[in-house]
Design a protein around this ligand. Structure first.
Ligand SMILES: NC(=O)c1ccc[n+]([C@@H]2O[C@H](COP(=O)([O-])OP(=O)(O)OC[C@H]3O[C@@H](n4cnc5c(N)ncnc54)[C@H](O)[C@@H]3O)[C@@H](O)[C@H]2O)c1
Length: 248
């Protein structure tokens, strides 16, 4: 099926890689006019390869985020879908709390939580008159013991999922829908430290009832549904694409 996002204008953050890139590509195939945002301009242009327009911005910097949203407005005068997906997980530095450096905590909070706040803030502003759909990428680490080794990452992901509920409740009356998408262990550069190590990968996959790592396309399929008008009665909720990891 294609054309499920026909006529929609969409902005996806973290679009140079992994889940954001797969989502931008899938949105374009479904008929959306896509803007891919990332802080790494060279990688972004190469990855998008004409799929959509590249917006180079750092989500921790409000001026940079506002300028990116302005470019979308100047091009189309509307914005229907925003995916707040960019994030980092600082493997080797993030840790159980007694061993966690303030600098690592702060860097993770700046990108994953403040960056998500700024993205959603400007998304809501752009949608106030028209309504729209906002998606935020969560994580099983926010909800289960999977997060134990990664205090900063897991806490920011829980914060993002809280933000979803708050904003969904506040802006439902003007037709803005906000939902969390929770990927499980998904093969992307973010988790290369785990995925490229055979023992670590086997250990994580052993906790996935469906018995494999997810792919970015698995997650993008859920993004399409929630961005589309098929999900028009859906807000403030959490959608898992995790092979069942969170039921254990
Ligand atoms: N891969 C997984 O197993 C997994 C699991 C659960 C949740 N997630 C979440 O999915 C989302 C996407 O992760 P991914 O696995 O595709 O990772 P990825 O590393 O492949 O892609 C993340 C992208 O975000 C960009 N980015 C980082 N900081 C930025 C900033 N300050 N401004 C703009 N762009 C920035 C990076 O340049 C990169 O292109 C993240 O929020 C991550 O926490 C991933």
């Amino acid at each position: 099926m294609t054309g499920r996002l026909e006529g929609k204008v969409a902005l996806v953050t973290g679009a140079a890689s992994g889940i954001g890139l797969a989502t931008a590509q899938r949105f374009a195939r479904e008929g959306a006019r896509v803007f891919g945002l990332d802080r790494d301009g060279d990688r972004l242009s190469a990855a998008l390869d004409g799929t959509g327009r590249a917006l180079v911005a750092d989500i921790t910097d409000e001026h940079s985020v506002a300028a990116a949203f302005r470019q979308v407005h100047d091009a189309h005068g509307r914005l229907d879908v925003v995916v707040a997906n960019a994030g980092v997980q600082l493997f080797g530095a993030d840790a159980p709390i007694a061993d966690l450096d303030l600098e690592v905590w702060q860097r993770t909070v700046d990108i994953n939580l403040t960056g998500t706040f700024l993205t959603v803030k400007h998304a809501v502003r752009a949608m106030l008159a028209t309504g729209g759909a906002i998606l935020v990428t969560g994580s099983p680490t926010a909800l289960t013991g999977e997060g134990a080794p990664y205090t900063a990452y897991s806490t920011t992901k829980a914060g993002g999922m809280g933000l979803v509920r708050t904003v969904a409740a506040a802006y439902a009356p003007v037709g803005i829908r906000v939902n969390s998408v929770v990927p499980g262990f998904t093969a992307t550069p973010l988790v290369a430290a785990l995925a490229d190590d055979a023992a670590s990968r086997a250990d994580i996959v052993s906790r996935v009832p469906l018995g494999r790592a997810g792919t970015p396309d698995d997650v993008a399929a859920m993004m399409v549904y929630l961005a589309s008008d098929e999900a028009s009665f859906t807000t403030g909720s959490t959608y898992f694409v995790d092979g069942g990891m969170t039921v254990l």
